[in-house]
Design a protein around this ligand. Structure first.
Ligand SMILES: Nc1nc2c(ncn2[C@@H]2O[C@H](COP(=O)(O)OP(=O)(O)OP(=O)(O)O)[C@@H](O)[C@H]2O)c(=O)[nH]1
Length: 446
């Protein structure tokens, strides 16, 4: 009974699902990361970039304030001092410094000093213009010196503050860049892992296809070729319905081909080769032997007085006798020897590698063995056999010639009283064998 296997359709379905899930996971991961990257870019655009610009603006304004303060502290033109002090006021109260309380306070403080400087400087210049001898000038100069000293120190503080703002802006910029580069790295890692995982999935799908589909089909086609050329084949166990059906079909075909081959080449009763196959095989082997210049011999055999077996013991016993005879014949053959039933009770042996004299010796052994085994066998009467041997001599030997010469030697064996082996080479050239031997006395069937 055929085992129940899952079908390849199911396998393909499972593999397709695996592939779809892998793709879905990969795309989800990449989508999530792209989303994250987009959000970071948006955050950078909406929060970090304005903040960076604010810092940069503040640093620039601080520098301008410093310049204005200098003009107020050291200027000689009252209208210019007033103008710069006014600009400094506008600048100091700009919201660009409000991003940080400490900065805001520090800028306001700087402005207050600029204001003081403006007042003192204006008064001094006016006095110097109108009343250069006024003793208050001395006091004002002292005050101015003091304020200028303070301004100098204030400028140091402003310079530090400017540096701090620039560092903060740079930090913000770096942070933004770091976040973007981190996301880029994450995308690369996830993308790389995803693609690698996908490749692994694809490779394993490919492997499954090769293992369960392509290889079994390729094995089946090799098996078909082996069956066609009569060679052995082996099919590995398969786990899927379709391929197991193919394997069963190949097995059935092989059995059918073997049966047909046996029917076409073998004699059903004796299981020896039939005449046609024996002659074809003998012809092929003779060609090989001639090509390699190796010995080969043909032996013709005929059971003596077989008609009498049929007459005395019945046709069924005659058949049994033929079966035993074929069995003993094959038992006595060398591994590379072949036996054929040419018709009725007439058999032939094909002995590659044996010269005529070696084949004659072997035939003698077979003759004695059959005589003795048939005597000991309770199922059949004792029988004897006559044999004629012919070996390959020249390169021009044809199989028909060898068979007819072995047959001639067999006829002589019959004529000479049966139950003997005659080698063709011992025949005299003028020796003529006729069917007259058949009239000689019947004695070998016991
Ligand atoms: N039982 C049986 N007999 C067969 C078969 N084929 C041929 N025979 C018989 O074999 C006999 C052959 O007889 P013959 O050719 O006269 O020769 P023989 O009696 O063996 O005598 P010699 O060959 O001269 O020794 C015939 O009686 C055939 O009927 C077979 O398949 N089965």
């Amino acid at each position: 009974m055929t085992e129940k296997y899952p079908s390849i359709k199911q396998l393909l379905g499972r593999l397709a699902t695996l592939l779809a899930v892998s793709f879905a996971l990969l795309f989800t991961a990449i989508f999530a990361l792209s989303n994250h990257a987009a959000k970071l870019a948006e955050k950078s655009e909406q929060e970090l970039l304005p903040s960076i610009h604010e810092h940069q603006r503040a640093a620039l304004n601080l520098e301008r304030l410093e310049r204005m303060g200098d003009l107020v502290a050291y200027g000689g033109d009252i209208s210019l001092i007033r103008k710069n002090a006014l600009s400094a006021q506008v600048l100091a109260f700009q919201p660009s410094f409000d991003f940080n309380e400490a900065t805001r306070r520090s800028v306001r403080k700087s402005y207050l000093l600029i204001k003081q400087l403006r007042v003192s400087r204006q008064r001094l210049l006016l006095m110097q213009k109108t009343d250069s001898e006024n003793p208050e000038i001395k006091q004002l100069l002292d005050l101015e010196d003091k304020l200028q000293m303070q301004w100098h120190e204030e400028k140091q503080g402003m310079f530090e503050l400017q540096n701090q703002i620039i560092s903060a802006a740079t930090r913000l910029q770096t942070e933004s860049l770091q976040q973007i580069s981190l996301t880029q790295k994450q995308i690369l890692i996830v993308g790389g892992c995803g693609v690698t995982a996908l490749l692994i999935v694809l490779a394993s799908i490919g492997w499954q296809m090769v293992k369960h589909l392509i290889r079994p089909i390729s094995h089946a086609s090799h098996a078909m070729l082996a069956i066609e050329s009569g060679q052995e084949y082996q099919l590995e166990k398969t786990r899927y319905e379709e391929t197991s059906l193919i394997y069963h079909a190949v097995d059935r075909l092989s059995t059918t081909v073997q049966t047909l081959h046996d029917l076409a080449t073998t004699d059903e009763m004796t299981q020896c080769y039939n005449r046609r196959h024996f002659v074809n095989l003998a012809s092929e082997m003779l060609d090989q032997a001639q090509e390699n210049d190796q010995p080969l011999s043909i032996v013709m055999l005929d059971i003596d007085h077989f008609k009498k077996v049929n007459d005395q013991y019945g046709h069924a016993t005659g058949d049994t006798t033929l079966k035993y005879f074929a069995l003993w014949l094959k038992e006595n053959l060398p591994d590379n020897g072949h036996a054929g039933r040419l018709g009725g009770e007439e058999f032939a042996l094909l002995l590659p590698g044996l010269s005529e004299s070696e084949a004659t010796d072997l035939s003698e052994t077979i003759r004695k063995s059959i005589a003795s085994q048939s005597q000991d066998c309770a199922d059949i009467p004792g029988i004897t056999v006559s044999m004629g041997v012919k070996g390959r001599v020249g390169k021009q030997d044809a199989i028909d010639g060898l068979l007819s010469k072995a047959d001639k030697a067999l006829y002589l064996a019959k004529a000479c009283g049966r139950n003997q082996v005659i080698s063709y080479s011992t025949l005299k050239s003028d020796q003529v064998v006729t069917d007259d031997y058949r009239r000689s006395p019947v004695s070998s069937v016991s």
